[in-house]
Design a protein around this ligand. Structure first.
Ligand SMILES: [Fe+2]
Length: 288
């Protein structure tokens, strides 16, 4: 199954989902590496700009509420974690299959990097599963409703969100109640009460929220919220626990951005270790 259905090709500007993550690595290079990212206007491929334009144009509060109604009952599939990894692996894209790693290989690279650094088992497991929400693509969702930096909807947009100028095209820009600093929320209400733009973070959080410690859940739910965890925006919506959650997200972020190299892990050799780890935290089947 392709992530770029033949119908509505304009909804799928990216050659693959990794194109968004490649842009993140340019924006946030490893410590000691120089950013090659200078100007959104000239440095960014037109397809990536178009992807962000669609994302910022269409992620309205109404859209997010509709997706929450559609997905948070979790009546789309019943699968175990390993089964979901294999399902995500059926997502093929337009890039060269000889040079690109599979989705399972990407997930294992992140998990293995966390394991190498001696982190706890729940942290390793979080690395393994953190992108499984990308199966939204296989349910027919367009790229801009699966990946991309996430941001709160229903309140004023921060100029710390990448490509803030594209928010002018979002109909919510013309709703006065949504454009005060806190919008429909209250100062310090906590991110749990805030509707985030819809994507793979929020979806997976709801699938796994009864099974991982809150540190891992924060990493999953906010790993694409770069305006907050890398740029320090939106603190006025956060409560005290959210401050700690952002610390955990920051601890996770290097494994998300920098562990995905070109050397594929030996999936079959590692599989027994990860099947044990999954069974330690998760039931055999989950509702997706
Ligand atoms: Fe992700």
């Amino acid at each position: 199954m392709s992530e770029r259905p033949l119908e509505a090709p304009e909804q799928y500007p990216l050659a693959d989902l990794d194109e968004w993550e490649a842009l993140l690595r340019e924006r946030y290079p490893q410590p000691g590496e120089k950013s090659s990212f200078r100007d959104y206007g000239t440095d960014v491929r037109p397809a990536v700009r178009e992807f962000y334009r669609l994302n910022h144009r269409h992620q309205t509060l109404d859209f997010v509420r509709a997706k929450e109604r559609q997905y948070l009952d979790r009546n789309h599939r019943v699968m175990g974690i390993w089964e979901a990894m294999e399902f995500l692996n059926t997502l093929v894209d337009d890039s060269d299959p000889d040079t690109e790693l599979t989705q399972i290989e990407h997930l294992m690279q992140a998990a293995e990097a966390i394991r190498t650094d001696g982190h706890p088992r729940w942290f390793i497991l979080t690395g393994l599963i953190h992108d499984l929400g990308k199966i939204l693509c296989l349910f027919g969702e367009p790229q801009w409703a699966v990946v991309g930096d996430t941001f709160p909807v229903g309140c004023r947009y921060s100029d710390k969100v990448v490509f803030p100028e594209f928010f002018q095209e979002n109909p919510d820009s013309n709703v006065a109640d949504y454009q005060t600093e806190c919008g429909i929320y209250e100062l310090g209400c906590g991110l749990d009460r805030v509707h985030m733009s819809w994507g793979h973070d929020e979806y997976l959080y709801h699938v796994v929220k009864d099974h991982l410690p809150e540190e891992g859940l924060a990493m999953i739910r906010y790993h694409s919220f770069y305006a907050a965890h890398r740029e320090g925006a939106y603190t006025h919506l956060m409560n005290e626990p959210d401050g700690r959650r952002m610390e955990w997200v920051r601890a996770f972020n290097p494994y998300d951005l920098y562990s995905k190299g070109h050397e594929p892990p030996d999936v079959e050799a590692l599989r027994p270790y990860y099947e044990d780890l999954i069974a330690e935290f998760f039931p055999a089947k989950l509702a997706w």
